[in-house]
Design a protein around this ligand. Sequence first.
Ligand code: 5GP
Ligand code: MN
Length: 320
Amino acid sequence: MLTKIKKLICENKNIALVGHIMPDGDTIGSCLALGYALESQGKNVELFCQDEIPDNLCFLKGCDKFHNEIISCNYCFDLVIALDCSDPERLGIFYKLLETSNQTINIDHHISNTKFALVNWVDPTAAATCELVYELIKNLNIPINMGIANAIYTGISTDTGNFSYSNTTSKTHIIAAELLETGVQPEEMSMNIYKNNSIERVKLISKAIDTIELHEDGCISTMEITRDMLIEVGVHEKESSGMVNYAKDIKGVELALLFKEQEDGQIKVSMRSKKIVDCNELASLFGGGGHARAAGCTINTTLYNAKKIVLEEAKSFLKG
Ligand code: 5GP
Ligand code: MN
């Protein structure tokens, strides 16, 4: 697989890197790291991501280089690489780039990946797509500079809950160790990613925590974020990442469900489990996907109804 990807990269000059909608640290980190690596080899690289980058990731150098509109790019790409995208819908408007290119690569770690590209490197044992990007960059014999190292570290840290989730492996730590040897400062990274909240975000956390309810004898928790709550505290929805963990980190809770009202009225559901519930399977019942311990979907109904139908399905998953 790596040989095929290396060949495509070596043979092509104009390369588009695409991250997923509602971006997280892994998709942004993967695009930035691979972007820096390929640019250092004389490639023309352009980065694409439909939605705005959360504030806590904007410290990463190069974040301002992402295009969020198709018209802002006049390139004709020889090669398009999707990073951390489990299916074409996750590319948002930039699926068009994939559709119009003959040479496409999909690098991802979601078990629900639909293998939508010409070459698909999907490894669900990787804690983050950034782990795969790191392996690729090393394989291409490209030196790891600070831009690459900080971006890879960010993706690995955010997808593993700062090295605490069950997807964290010895390989994760080996890569992190190599990144630290390159010069990554873990305290500075944690400060930037996790300890630099705006007061508005903290107020949203407070409001979201207030909505927590327990169901099924305390095995399932639900949390809600409405448009009104966002307006009241004056914060953008992209700043709500990680809040579902407050509902998960309750004694006795196996499954946490966050229901978030979208601008278009649809409901985005974030699912997190501890040991039993397969969140990917539960999310896939509603057209979504992800991983066993973290997944998501979007449902076109009211918040009240979304909660009702997801809770109904979730009950049967508790038995494992
Ligand atoms: P989050 O709840 O943080 O948005 O996402 C958790 C995980 O599920 C991430 O790995 C994310 O890529 C995946 N995920 C979230 N929403 C969707 C969705 O609507 N479709 C698919 N296929 N994956 C999703
Ligand atoms: Mn990821």
